[in-house]
Design a protein around this ligand. Structure first.
Ligand SMILES: Nc1ncnc2c1ncn2[C@@H]1O[C@H](COP(=O)(O)OP(=O)(O)OP(=O)(O)O)[C@@H](O)[C@H]1O
Ligand SMILES: [Mg+2]
Length: 248
């Protein structure tokens, strides 16, 4: 129940990142990173390998903490939360998609998708109805009982998308979600991400090296050596000089 409860106000950003800095030892990996993401907005987070994209995503999702700066999710400061409160906020408000799917291998497609609702103690009948609806939405109803090992990469990523959205998060984080897919499956995954985030007004931060993936986003935040190097609002993809293949 808590996941669906309150919609963010139309004005407030879903995500507000302000002067976020993080170092590993003496090495500064994020340096005063600031940007905001509105409800329903998709932002491509791009930059060379090692520029800090995954580190930033981990901070946005509350699985890692910055050394300084502020991250607000639906107005709530992540740094002010206890580990337990942060964990709860993450379970309720954030969905994550990875390059290598990260499905639980012993659970079926439907069971993988259902898991976030179990963690939130959603009643069984509602869980079943929501899983079935979203399985249909990603075109996998007939594969509901298949194990991840019995699914293609594209199918596994569609399961992962459903799992990331089943609890209706405010923020969806995706780290190279098409990096391990061929272009046809990548296109399917991108179309689903675009349609589903539009329908649910879920904010998306999409880490990618791919122009096709960046193209589903309204805006781009570009990192270099842990700093934002392009101003917000950059939309001219022709200026973007990145052509590196996905590494990890
Ligand atoms: N746990 C860690 N301990 C020490 N250094 C780390 C750790 N995690 C990441 N780094 C370093 O921080 C820098 C940024 O890493 P990060 O994984 O965020 O890059 P990235 O932009 O996601 O790169 P890629 O495109 O290759 O995935 C790199 O130099 C990396 O070696
Ligand atoms: Mg990375």
């Amino acid at each position: 129940m808590p996941a669906a409860a309150t919609a963010p106000s139309a004005q407030a950003p879903s995500l507000a990142v302000s002067a976020v800095t993080k170092a590993y030892g003496s090495r500064r990996v994020l340096d005063a990173v600031s940007f905001t993401v509105a409800p329903g907005e998709r932002v491509a987070l791009t930059g060379p390998s090692g520029s800090g994209k995954t580190t930033l995503l981990n901070c946005l999702g509350g699985v890692d903490r910055p050394d300084s700066g502020e991250i607000r999710l639906l107005g709530e400061r992540l740094d002010s939360l206890s580990a337990e409160a942060l964990n709860t906020l993450r379970r309720e408000r954030v969905g994550t998609i990875f390059q290598f799917f990260h499905l639980l291998p012993t659970l079926s497609a439907a069971e993988n998708i259902e898991l976030p609702l179990q963690l939130l103690h959603v009643p069984a009948a509602e869980r079943a109805a929501r899983v079935d609806a979203l399985l249909g939405r990603v075109g996998l109803r007939e594969r509901a009982s298949a194990l991840p090992s019995q699914l293609s990469g594209g199918e596994q990523q569609r399961v992962a998308i459903a799992r990331a959205l089943i609890h209706r998060p405010a923020l969806l984080l995706a780290d190279e979600p098409t990096g391990n897919l061929d272009s046809a499956n990548g296109d399917t995954v991108l179309a689903l991400l675009r349609e589903l985030t539009d329908e649910t007004r879920t904010a998306l931060v999409l880490v990618t090296h791919s122009e096709e993936a960046a193209a589903i986003c309204q805006r781009r935040v570009r990192l270099r050596d842990g700093r934002v190097v392009e101003p917000e609002g950059q939309s001219d993809r022709a200026k973007e000089g990145e052509s590196k293949p996905a590494q990890s």
